[in-house]
Design a protein around this ligand. Structure first.
Ligand SMILES: NC(=O)c1ccc[n+]([C@@H]2O[C@H](COP(=O)([O-])OP(=O)(O)OC[C@H]3O[C@@H](n4cnc5c(N)ncnc54)[C@H](O)[C@@H]3O)[C@@H](O)[C@H]2O)c1
Length: 257
């Protein structure tokens, strides 16, 4: 028996990076996966969906900041696969600026993707899970930046910190209502994806920047996308059935310091 056999999962921002790693591992562990991302990443998203195997994947365009996209994605997921058991609110972006350099427009954009997107995902995800009677698992991707201050990522840290608290309220609501739907947040440290590449490149000396990132982590290395995917499998599977409103910290010891 595979660990998420028979479940249907939807992953946002899954055309690359951590989302695609999670989609691939979910499929390997037996889930059918709706791979979603913004329309401009359709080609990559289609490739990820096709790589999951015959009948295991479906790509849908979904900009997480747009409520009508969420409504359509849920409708099409239920029509195509008949249910929704796992929602990974993974889509995210950051603007590496501090409080003195960030504009109001940039602040709003970062919160729209990282926070509004998670709010809309939970709202529509719970509705879809209830519609099909699934005792589902919602996994909200926060960050170590949602647990400790990062002066150079002021809006990102604010949005990710809000995702952490929002997750707890959603978890308690679902528990009190007796839905059987769980909701947890994941807090990764640096993991090698386009996001980390952009941060490293912005420094002007990517190798030096990566070495500095690795040194800041007690275990001494930047994470791999599958480190994240393994955590997703645990939270998506029934193995974590006692876990809701929790923070899954995946940080190589960073916040233990
Ligand atoms: N990589 C890391 O070091 C790291 C660490 C902590 C947290 N995270 C979080 O993990 C998640 C995935 O990050 P990643 O490293 O894979 O980044 P990435 O940049 O490689 O991928 C992010 C994906 O989100 C998508 N996206 C952006 N805006 C969107 C929108 N409005 N609607 C739908 N999709 C959108 C992008 O198209 C992209 O495919 C993010 O929430 C990020 O904040 C990453």
């Amino acid at each position: 028996m595979k660990r998420v056999e028979g479940k249907v999962a939807l992953v946002t921002g899954a055309a690359g990076g951590l989302g695609s790693a999670a989609a691939r591992m979910l499929a390997r562990e037996g889930a059918k996966v709706v791979v979603t991302d913004r329309g401009n990443r359709e080609k990559e998203g289609q490739e990820v969906a096709a790589s999951l195997g015959e009948g295991m994947g479906l790509f849908l365009p979904l900009d997480v900041t747009k409520e009508d996209h969420w409504a359509q994605a849920m409708e099409r997921t239920l029509a195509h696969f008949g249910r929704l058991d796992v929602l990974v609110n993974n889509a995210g972006m950051g603007i590496p600026k501090d409080i003195e350099s960030l504009s109001l427009e940039e602040w709003r954009l970062v919160h729209a993707v990282n926070l509004d997107g998670v709010f809309l995902g939970c709202k529509h995800g719970i509705r879809a899970m209830r519609q099909c009677g699934a005792k589902g698992s919602i996994i909200n991707v926060s960050s170590v930046a949602g647990l400790k201050g990062v002066p150079t990522l002021v809006a990102y840290g604010s949005a990710k910190g809000a995702v952490r608290m929002f997750t707890k309220s959603v978890a308690l609501h679902c528990a009190q209502k007796g839905y059987g739907i769980r909701c947890n947040s994941i807090h990764p440290v640096f993991i090698e994806t386009d996001m980390v590449a952009a941060l490293a490149n912005a420094s002007g000396d990517p190798d030096k920047a990566r070495a500095k990132m690795a040194r800041s982590i007690p275990l001494g290395r930047i994470g791999e996308p599958d480190d994240f995917a393994h955590a997703v499998i645990y939270l998506a599977s029934d193995e974590s059935k006692l876990m809701t409103g929790s923070e899954f910290v995946l940080d190589g010891g960073t916040t233990a310091q």
